[in-house]
Each structure stands twice: as C-alpha cells, then as structure tokens.
Write a protein of this length. Sequence first.
Lengths: 120, 106
Amino acid sequence: QVQLVESGGGVVQPGGSLRLSCAASGSSFSNWGMHWLRQAPGKGPEWVTFIRNDESNRYYADSVKGRFTISRDNSKNTLFLQMNSLRPEDTAVYYCAKDRVGFGDYTDHWGQGTLVIVSS
Amino acid sequence: ETVMTQSPATLSVSPGERVTLSCRASQSVSSNLAWYQQKRGQSPRLLIYGAYTRATGIPARFSGSGAGTEFTLTISSLQPEDFAVYYCQQYNNWPQSFGQGTKLEI
C-alpha cells in the first residue's frame, strides 16, 4: 500500500523560506514520478511541480518558478520541496502525490497535506 | 497554459438523482483527463483517469466520457456519500491544471 506523509509546514514571514518533506512507504518509490500540489483556503487544487523518478526532468508552475525547488532522495524514499522568497499568496495546504508512472501522468495517491501560512 | 473550466460551480441535487458535471479545456488534452472527488477535510481522491477509466475501488455509478476539449462526469444514482466537490484535471500538457470544481449539495 502506498502511504505519503508530508511534514515541515508552519508559519513563516513573507520573504522567508521553508522546506517540506514527504515520506513515502512502498518499495517502488524510485520508480515513481512525484508531484507537489497545493490548495489555498476555499480554492481548488493547484499543481506546483513534478520530478521524474530518475530526477532527469523537473517541471514548475509559473507562479513558483525560480523560488521553489523540488528534489528527492530515493535511498530514503523521501521527496522535498524547498520554498524560498515566500509570499502571502503561497499560503495553502501542500500535498505530495504519486504519479502513476515515472515520467509524468495523473496522480493516483495523495498525502494528507501540510499547512503553510505566509504572514507577518 | 491549458485552462480548465467546470460547470456548474454548484449543483443542488437529491439522493437517487442522476447528475452530469462538465469540464472544458481551452485546448485539446486528448484523453488525458482525470476526475477527483474531495470531501471536506480530506485530500482529493482519484475517480477517473484517461477520461473514462474508473480508478481502483470506484463504484460503477461513476462514469466519464469525452475527448479533446469537452468532458463529462456522470453519477448515475447519487448516494449520500457522493456529496462533495469534484475537480477535473488535465495531464496532457505542462503545467498540469485543474478546473475550479463543482460542488454537489443537497
């Protein structure tokens, strides 16, 4: 069974940084592409970024490009999101999600999310 | 960027009814369209992928159709547990994108 557990959320001031983690259970993490998505209060989900299973490709939403960096450690079954230059509009629940395949497709499992609040 | 537009935003329905939700893409996404259900306080759950294929464990009352730019999600007979928000998502183009959702309410 796939289980994804996010951590690292919290309250941060505008301009600050935060690093989110996503611990994955399952022996095939190194075969999975992985996504980060977010959902602002009262809004629909927004796709944020994707990393291929072998880290050979990364994609970012325009809203976070140049500020956020996705990475992974396949030896530790862990996905990361480094968020810099945070803005109030980055306030959201952040979810990690497993891609159906390694190279980018639909997401078939989501974690429960971690809340990020950007406020002074 | 591919913009996804869902209609209606809210649908007032009763248990047992048949409902159809619509999703339109601003450009063709082929059949690379997924539907998700989200209940309050929960993360989205995959219902449909490939425009019409039900995900594992999804009841047969849920069905999807369409291709290109026009898609529908049909629930044949609403159950009390189906009252939730439904989102479509295209995964044909980067960046992937979601519709704004359709809320089913009593």
